[in-house]
Design a protein around this ligand. Sequence first.
Ligand SMILES: NC(=O)c1ccc[n+]([C@@H]2O[C@H](COP(=O)([O-])OP(=O)(O)OC[C@H]3O[C@@H](n4cnc5c(N)ncnc54)[C@H](O)[C@@H]3O)[C@@H](O)[C@H]2O)c1
Length: 255
Amino acid sequence: MIRVGVFGAGGRMGATVCRAVTDAPDMELVAAVDPGAAGTAPGDVQLSAGADQLEAAGAEVAVDFTVLDAARENLRWCAEHGVHAVVGTTGFREAELAEVGELFERSRANAIIAPNFAVGAVLMMRFAEIAAPFFETAEIIELHHDRKADAPSGTAARTAQRMAAASKDWAEDPTTTVIAEGARGGAIEGIPIHSVRMRGMVAHQEVLLGTEGQTLAIRHDSYDRASFMPGVLLAVKQVFSRPGLTVGLDSLLGL
Ligand SMILES: NC(=O)c1ccc[n+]([C@@H]2O[C@H](COP(=O)([O-])OP(=O)(O)OC[C@H]3O[C@@H](n4cnc5c(N)ncnc54)[C@H](O)[C@@H]3O)[C@@H](O)[C@H]2O)c1
């Protein structure tokens, strides 16, 4: 049995992870941390305010779905205390990931950070990367529920970075007059990203690519937070055997 603790256990994703861990035959939920919530998590685990509960309960892996500042701190705590970390919290910048990598190089624990744990979304990113060299224009539209704090989404940012790494040959933006500020979105590595926040949605993304006479749309929709759970549980199992920091699920899925 893998002993798992969850940071952000009272949140939307954290609570779903607590249930998934409790239902997994080879895992045990031993600690649930969330300063913003009181009560109990599934499996009758008491929600606590601080990371100390993870240590006291002998957690081997900590899953983090919180907010960026908290996730930074929790990662540091995990590295210092030798607890493997599986992090879904989004918003980490590239330079910061390098620092986290160094932190876990020096630790006996490992870390996996994935901006998206849905297997379909991981495939979408891969397909977009493969398609990039065959098109001159590309834009990303990401759509999320109306309580998401960060924009653009971690998945959109990562998709843009990977497409930009796969191709340098992008057409100039033809826009010379902007009537409404932000109408062309915000660009990451030259690829415009448009963030939609919409009540009723969960997590969705469409990558549009265009060249002479044709376009390609690659779309992924997460309709339910359950879509992230197989990826999270896979990471919890594999984090033991992946030294240092692993970013994204690709290598775990053999992509
Ligand atoms: N990687 C993925 O596949 C994926 C999927 C969905 C959401 N996310 C990301 O997960 C994060 C959480 O999303 P959510 O919708 O569950 O948010 P949420 O607001 O519902 O939950 C966040 C929880 O974290 C708690 N928290 C804050 N500081 C904490 C700390 N120091 N220790 C423990 N808990 C703390 C809050 O009290 C809250 O309950 C966001 O960054 C979101 O973008 C990632």
